[in-house]
Design a protein around this ligand. Structure first.
Ligand SMILES: Cc1cc2nc3c(=O)[nH]c(=O)nc-3n(C[C@H](O)[C@H](O)[C@H](O)COP(=O)(O)OP(=O)(O)OC[C@H]3O[C@@H](n4cnc5c(N)ncnc54)[C@H](O)[C@@H]3O)c2cc1C
Length: 405
């Protein structure tokens, strides 16, 4: 059975790995000219269920070796006073097994573990998908596939081709984010620093294995902003006008906008498709159920969703209609809970009122003050919230795994 996957970041290579392991013939098409390079992108999280899956893939040691090593977050209030959050304590409370890693490092590890068994088509994109599985590409000759999967992110090409424009399925969560590369001029090592005010958050972090640093900006606006998604100069101008009077390192970080080699700006938007399969096409990862970039731990969901999709296709011996229904059933609860988690996280991350800044600082003080076993026990009571990911049971598909026989 021939399966085409669009996108080679996180969901794409995990899906390709498991499909190949179950005996399917897999091609991955990726728009960028080459695999993602080490050191770029932003930090992402893998929580327990995703860690169990990458462990079964045999890449958990490589992933741990590339962890960012960020273990403290210094938050600066409008008064200039700071409070430091012990991130190790926080993550030990929210997950039994957690790694933070740069997305491009993770993507590179996942690509390397699949590249000899899977056909990768770089610098290409799907142009059309026929009902009979005939796929045309922007550059490569047409081919026929039994199943086509969109693993091509929040602004998925496959979703647009099959389900229509994204505006029909998205809800804006009231905020925007920007991330861009800057020199590590503060010589940060294991520490993320940020300044918080009503409606505005700006920060900088570096990571082990990274020569430079990332500046991150979050902003809340009463109404959606008017800008073009490909006009980076306009987006940079929006950032400058929102943050021009913020103190601390913000003027220096804004000055770096003139030279940065990489710049990302997007709305914090939640996808709300009721179903993400149609005919022989389905979606996985951010393309299907992004709860909002940077607010929902969606990398873990991309790993778990990819594993479930591949396993259900194996369990149903390639009967894709039955497999897609089972996949959506298995991942549905995780998707719905992550949406409500992300809505709360978006509100908490960018304070809307002075009271929210105060509440954030006091929550940090509480986490720091509680002995680790107590904060861990308290977090365990809150499975729908902070322990969302760890509370997801992943079905056992070992019976279909020939490598386990
Ligand atoms: C600024 C920021 C901060 C984040 N922070 C966190 C965090 O702290 N923790 C966390 O867990 N998650 C975080 N995320 C979310 C995380 O990056 C995603 O959930 C994760 O990368 C999803 O993986 P994916 O493979 O589904 O999609 P993506 O990583 O978006 O990958 C999509 C892939 O598809 C490719 N593609 C796009 N269009 C086409 C096309 N037409 N044809 C072929 N290929 C195409 C892209 O080039 C890319 O390689 C953050 C996201 C952002 C933007």
């Amino acid at each position: 059975m021939r399966i085409l996957v669009s996108g080679a970041s996180i969901a794409g290579p995990v899906l390709a790995y498991w499909l190949n392991r179950y005996g399917f013939d897999v091609t991955v098409v990726e728009r960028t000219a080459a695999p993602r390079k080490t050191g770029g992108g932003h930090a992402v999280d893998l929580f327990r269920p995703a860690m169990q899956i990458v462990e079964r893939m045999g890449v958990v040691d490589e992933i741990r070796a590339k962890a960012t090593g960020t273990d403290a977050l210094v938050i600066r209030r409008p008064s200039g006073k700071t409070v430091t959050l012990d991130l190790r304590k926080l993550f030990t409370a929210v997950s039994d097994s957690h790694v933070e890693i740069m997305r491009d490092d993770l993507s590179e590890i996942l690509y390397n573990t699949t590249s000899s068994d899977v056909t990768y088509l770089f610098d290409d994109s799907i142009a059309t998908i026929g009902d009979d599985g005939e796929v045309t590409f922007e550059h490569s000759p047409p081919q026929r596939f039994d199943v086509i999967v969109g693993a091509d992110g929040l602004h998925s090409n496959v979703r647009r081709l099959v389900f229509g424009p994204e505006s029909g399925f998205t809800t804006w969560l009231g905020a925007y984010l920007a991330i861009f590369s800057v020199p590590n001029y503060l010589e940060l090592n294991g520490v993320m620093e940020m300044t918080v005010d009503v409606g505005r958050v700006a920060g900088i972090y570096s990571a082990a294995h990274m020569d430079d640093a990332r500046a991150g900006f979050f902003l809340r606006t009463p109404q959606p902003l008017e800008y073009h998604s490909r006009d980076t100069e306009q987006q940079k101008e929006l950032l400058r006008s929102h943050f021009h009077d913020m103190a601390w390192e913000v003027p220096r970080l804004l000055a770096e906008l003139d030279h940065t080699p990489s710049f990302y700006f997007d709305s914090i938007t939640q996808l709300q498709l009721d179903t993400w399969s149609r005919g022989r096409v389905t979606l996985v990862g951010d393309a299907a159920y992004c709860p909002g970039p940077a607010v929902g731990g969606s990398t873990s969901m991309a790993v778990v969703g990819s594993y479930i999709l591949a396993s259900e296709l194996a369990a149903h011996a390639g009967d894709y209609s039955a497999a897609f229904a089972a996949y959506e059933h298995e991942i549905g609860d995780y998707v719905h809970r992550s949406r409500s988690f992300a809505r709360t996280a978006a509100k908490t991350l960018v304070p809307a009122r002075r009271f929210d800044v105060w509440a954030m600082v006091n929550a940090i003080r509480l986490i720091n003050a509680l002995p680790a076993p107590v904060s861990r026990a308290a977090a365990k009571l809150n499975t729908k919230g902070v322990r969302l990911h760890d509370s997801i049971p992943v079905k056992d598909y070992a019976a279909f795994d020939r490598m386990r026989e």
